[in-house]
Design a protein around this ligand. Sequence first.
Ligand code: 26Q
Length: 747
Amino acid sequence: MDRQLYLQNLEKLKTNGKTVIELYNEISTLALECGLSNAAKPAAKNAYYLSMEFLIGRSFFNNLMELGVLEETRDVLAKKGIDINIFEEIEDAALGNGGLGRLAACFLDSAAGLGLPLHGYGIRYKYGLFKQAIKNGFQVELPDDWQRFSDPWSIRRENEKRIIKFADMVVTAVPYDMPVFGKRVNNLRLWQAEGSEKAQKISEYLYPADDTEEGKLLRLRQEYFFSAAAVGELLDKHVKQYGKNFDKFAEFNAIQLNDTHPVLAIAEFIRLLTAEHKVGFDDALNIAKKTFSYTNHTVLPEALECWGDGLVKKILPDIYTVLIKLHLRQKEELVKLKCTPEEVADMAIYSSERFSMANLALFIGHTVNGVAKLHTEILKASLFKTAYKYYPDKFQNKTNGITQRRWLMLCNRELSALIDKTIGSDWREDISKLSELNGHISDIADEFIKVKAEKKKQLFDYIKEQEGAELPNGFLVYSQVKRLHEYKRQLMTALAILEIYKGLKDGTVTDFQPSVFLFGAKSAPAYRRAKAIIKFINEIAKKVNSDAQTNGLLRVVFVHNYNVSYAEKIVAGTDVSLQVSTAGLEASGTGNMKFMMNGAVTCGTMDGANIEIVELAGKENNYIFGAEVDEIERLKKDGYDPKELLKANGLHNFAVSALIDGTFSDDGTGCFKELYDALTVGASWHKPDNYFVLHDLESFVNSLLKINADSKDAKAFAVKQLKNTANSAHFSSDRTISEYAKDIWKI
Ligand code: 26Q
């Protein structure tokens, strides 16, 4: 079916008496057929992105846009008396936790948009990332039953099932294909586990953690399940097409490992080649080395997965044998390279009874990449220092990106229209053209101010509907939306708000532009301090919002269920993007790029991609504060005493004391005291103020106030915001994916 036929069928569609869900399914199915009719010829060489997470969000609007029928659909439905926005009720597919999963979704979008053959492999979780409710200020997790509206964008492939064997059970992996539309139609294949009740459990839940080690056995099963299904299928396809000529496998296939989670794919690949296809171990190893590459997304060592030998031996005995062989072979190779025993231990695939997935990926991967310049430098200088010494040529940087189709064209039609009007619409095909805006910034500042005001109004309306909180027009919007983690320092923002609040009350902060601080964040359910921070922010919001003396100037809103669709509204309606991680700890960040593209200034530390953002958009158009990596290193080495700092700084002392002096209630849980202790004496084997919150707090508050003052000159401030949009093309995932395609996958 082509576009014309889709529109004819849509015109004919009977809508009377149908529910939103029925209409959603019928229109999606029509559009899917229209999209599939245009499927591309199979490419000679394909790349595959193996990822535990694909945080795709809502497909409806995005797919209609990619198929070039969104506006027409809007019009046809309007003629039938239906507002297309009713489909906002449709659940997001939240098959990911945060940055890593959303990046995977942006990459698929960009590859299809550019016509590059990149396909995804992952898990079709029955329940995605939990829905967050806030009860009494605390996070409560509710199941995310995203398929209850049915799933019209997926196609179950009954004939392409695979059998995955564990020592104690057999599981059927059933593929569901989600086409990815663009210049070509690519495929995201998600495997669903079927069979016994125990088997089905494998694809029941997404792990709602981004660093903890709970539920190890089930997670190991998940990782093996989808990795084995993917490489098994790729090898079978190869045999069908080219026979058992595996030397050519890497000429036709590139496999990217999204962090350590799918690294068992390497062991399974070698197991299949040697055991099933009778390839010698050396040959199998060499083929693997030409096929796999690995991306690291975090420097936190606890997030690099290791598997206990007992567990692996028990449920995956053949994989255990392959891993031990790989370990022995690696040792031989390292001895030949004249590594010291310490260096061998540091890079070992197997040590202290555990298998290190990162070390396996570093040994086999032909390429290893970080996700922003600073992050890649940190990998080379510390986390993977030894591997870098012996395999320097493997290391590359690939700074992250975001798809401008979802994160500008779809979520900000008004700004997109202003860009069209100013420089023409070529930027929609070639994002590098966005820089042409640089020549027109002061001419369009006034119009931009209007667009921003409109997007803010839409955001405030949505917040009113979702949260019941009414925000006055004209407020400056500061936003911090991302996973809740101590290193991301939402606690520092909370303390800064308290200091500003106090300043407004006692008159030390004057001439303040009315401002709202928006937060959105989910905490890993077992991460106690992160949950305490959510409660703390909610308590602050309650107090600040109900204070008649100041609530005309300062508001705080914690949105109760932050997700991709909420993000689309927040990034468009924000003035100031808060990216305040402890320097050295945020690998890249991608939210920072979404805000930048939509014309927000960044208030942030020299961390992750913030560095590249301000390099391109100009330091003078953004607000950088806080310790840089070198200083953090020095503070760690020489020691740092937050208690001294509190003694010397009354304002900080006031804000931190609010955790324990009865200003706020933690409902008797003691969780605020734990936050206080973490800042002052240390918690969980960490040093006091492990994330240097108090160290950076003063410069942070000054930065927030400077932004507030600068915003008074509306035009000058709009110019800064527009400079960010105009220079954001580099952070398109089109650029990132082109680099992967050229430098790593050779597709
Ligand atoms: C590890 C072990 C056990 C259970 C879970 C995990 C786990 C799960 C998810 C470890 C890490 C993650 C996710 C990490 C992540 O989202 N990292 C983010 O990746 C983005 C894309 O590259 C970056 O922009 C962010 O800076 C980085 O935090």
